[in-house]
Ligand binder design. Structure first.
Ligand code: HEC
Ligand code: HEC
Length: 342
């Protein structure tokens, strides 16, 4: 009788050990394939979405995941794959050695640094620059021709598809409409005056020169084409057709992201300082976008701080570059009922 009890207890023990082991293994397998499954996804009202798992290294290797991983690689180390000196493609696509992540920080997952979480749900969307509905692929190519001072990626090529897969993957917790708090850049109060270039230069010397250098050329990683600190003007920088060349856009980017290391809720610079330093870097020489005059077929939709003509108003080019922007905004509001913010 005692012996039977003992055998039964041993059986029970073995059985429960097996169950525990099976549960443990299943949890690990589920976690490996769906790393986000235990995270809180219901928090639309706050910035929690930026703290979820976007680590492509945690993905297992299969065809789909490898495409996501390649998309991340391209985003993070762009010049190595499509840059002017790349040894990977037989064609050069970007004209400078910037990486996408230099402006879309943390590989597109930092709030107020034009994050790409949810972006595939925000497209297709109406684009004023082309005055038509645009796809996400066309939007990526917009950054290729401007921010990267290069040429378009083939829309069905390996690189474009990998970028799309990566963006879809980092969007997997985003709501259906793609509207995520912290998209775009941090709103600022635009000073009602023109940029003070001398003040901008002082700010640059005090807060930026350490990394971006006195001549704006930044610093490369040793033995690499990639930048440790990317250039903010000069031959290897974004061209004059890029969004970052608009003073208002650059000021908003700087507010939440520069000097590097800050978070949007603890900015170092005031709105006035961001405005002046943005004006200072954007007055410097940089590559010129070809055919800038064909941008914005409906020119009244052109952002007020676009630095190149034509314009549907009689304000000077200088005022479009350095402000004050309020009178230009007022003009479009009164004449066309168009509210412009950049
Ligand atoms: C020099 C800075 C810079 C670089 C480098 C850059 N971008 Fe952008 N990107 C911008 C700006 C500015 C915007 C406009 C954001 C806004 O106005 O909300 C933008 C917008 C986008 C958008 C649309 C975002 C949205 O929320 O609608 C996508 C997609 C994008 N970029 C992809 C890329 C990719 C891919 C690369 C690399 C090949 C890249 N960008 C490199 C500055 C840059
Ligand atoms: C501690 C170093 C550091 C300082 C100081 C710093 N930056 Fe940056 N900056 C960076 C890095 C690094 C990046 C790229 C971000 C990334 O890849 O994560 C960057 C990116 C940028 C970009 C977009 C990419 C490009 O090169 O066009 C701009 C514009 C910029 N910084 C402007 C400024 C301005 C203006 C200041 C001063 C207010 C400043 N930065 C201070 C390190 C710095």
């Amino acid at each position: 009788m005692k012996r039977k009890n003992l055998i039964n207890s041993i059986r029970l023990l073995l059985l429960s050990t097996c169950v525990i082991i099976i549960l443990f293994v299943t949890t690990i397998v589920i976690y490996a394939y769906f790393p986000g499954i235990f995270e809180n996804k219901k928090d639309n009202g706050s910035y929690t979405i930026y703290k979820l798992n976007y680590d492509t290294y945690k993905l297992s290797n299969n065809e789909k995941n490898n495409e996501i991983k390649y998309g991340f690689e391209l985003f993070q180390n762009t010049p190595e794959y499509i840059g002017p000196n790349n040894k990977y493609n037989n064609k050069v696509y970007s004209g400078n050695n910037l990486s996408c992540t230099n402006c879309h920080l943390n590989a597109g997952t930092k709030a107020y640094s034009a994050p790409l979480i949810g972006v595939n749900n925000r497209f297709p969307q109406f684009r004023g620059r082309e005055n038509k509905m645009g796809t996400l692929k066309e939007r990526i190519n917009g950054c290729m021709e401007r921010s990267m001072n290069g040429v378009v990626l083939p829309v069905n090529g390996k690189e474009m598809n990998a970028m799309i897969s990566y963006m879809k993957w980092i969007s997997r917790y985003a709501p259906k409409d793609g509207i995520v708090k912290g998209s775009g850049f941090l709103p600022i109060t635009i000073p009602n005056r023109s940029v003070n270039l001398e003040h901008g230069e002082k700010i640059y010397e005090l807060h930026c020169v350490l990394c971006h250098e006195k001549d704006g050329s930044g610093q490369k990683i040793i033995d690499s084409d990639r930048y440790l600190y990317p250039p903010v003007w000069g031959n290897d920088a974004y061209n004059h057709g890029a969004g970052m060349t608009r003073v208002i856009t650059a000021a908003k980017f700087i507010k939440a992201n520069m000097p590097h290391g800050i978070e949007f809720n603890e900015p170092t610079l005031t709105d006035e300082e961001c405005y002046d330093v943005a004006g200072y870097i954007n007055q410097k020489i940089r590559p010129l976008k070809v055919n800038p005059e064909i941008d914005f077929p409906d020119i009244k939709k052109k952002p007020v701080s676009t630095p190149y003509p034509p314009f549907d108003d009689s304000f000077s080019i200088k005022q479009h570059q350095l402000g004050p922007f309020q009178p230009i905004m007022e003009y479009y509001k009164t004449k066309y009922g168009i509210v412009k913010t950049k």
